[in-house]
Ligand binder design. Structure first.
Ligand SMILES: N[C@@H](CCC(=O)N[C@@H](CS)C(=O)NCC(=O)O)C(=O)O
Length: 214
């Protein structure tokens, strides 16, 4: 059994839950987040000293002391689940294919998501009267070229790499769902939108990539 800690409105929790569903893993999710002070308890800080979500406890995996395996960092969790449970499905044995997927996952977490975070926080999480409209404009200006890059990369394909659904599609689609769902002005990105619609149609993504941003 796999326990996933975190509220489902977090894109990083979304990645992990979607991946667990793609792999048909028996799992439960504990609905916690910073707002209720859940992440500051001693028990939670033991699981993730960063006081962030998601974290997994894998009761089938064991650490060196024989305890359930605990892991934080969403993309590391997705990679772990694919490596441990996706040998015949999501895991990429081919080194080049895996490096390509890793590259897109790293790009999502270090480049694409950081560019859009200010626009997200201001347009979704800040009351209209308190919004910093300039911060939204600056953040969108940083994100547009990245969305254009992703749109070009998806122009001639149904998946981002290896000609099939991979862990990179999971990380990228959760970020793209956020970008394309924000109430901000955006350039049209037909390839990105077509690909995201296909990701949303996957049974394992149901109830995740349809969630309103919060
Ligand atoms: N790099 C980390 C980032 C984790 C992170 O920033 N999580 C946010 C949610 S997306 C969080 O825990 N925020 C506290 C909260 O809003 O409840 C990962 O990918 O797991």
């Amino acid at each position: 059994m796999l326990r996933i800690w975190g509220r489902l409105s977090s894109i990083n929790v979304q990645k992990v839950v979607w991946c667990a569903r793609e792999l048909h893993l028996d799992h439960e999710r504990i609905d916690i987040g910073v707002q209720r002070g859940d992440l500051d308890t001693e028990a939670y800080v033991r699981l993730n000293p960063n006081r962030l979500i998601p974290v997994i406890e894998d009761f089938r995996g064991k650490d060196i002391s024989g305890e359930p395996f605990v892991l934080w960092e969403s993309n590391a969790i997705v990679r772990y689940l694919c490596a441990r449970y996706g040998a015949d499905s999501l895991w990429l044995e081919d080194v080049e294919a895996r490096a390509s997927a890793d590259r897109w996952m790293d790009w999502q977490t270090t480049t694409f998501s950081p560019a859009m975070v200010a626009a997200f926080l201001q347009s979704v999480r800040t009351a209209p009267a308190e919004r910093d409209e300039e911060a939204i404009v600056r953040s969108c200006a940083r994100t547009e070229p990245l969305a254009a890059l992703l749109d070009r990369a998806l122009a001639d394909r149904d998946f981002i790499c290896d000609g099939r659904f991979t862990m990179a599609d999971i990380s990228l689609a959760c970020a793209a769902h956020r970008w394309l769902g924000m109430p901000v002005q955006r350039e049209p990105r037909p390839n990105l939108e077509r690909w995201l619609a296909a990701m949303r149609a996957r049974p394992a993504a149901s109830g995740i990539l349809s969630l309103p941003l919060a």
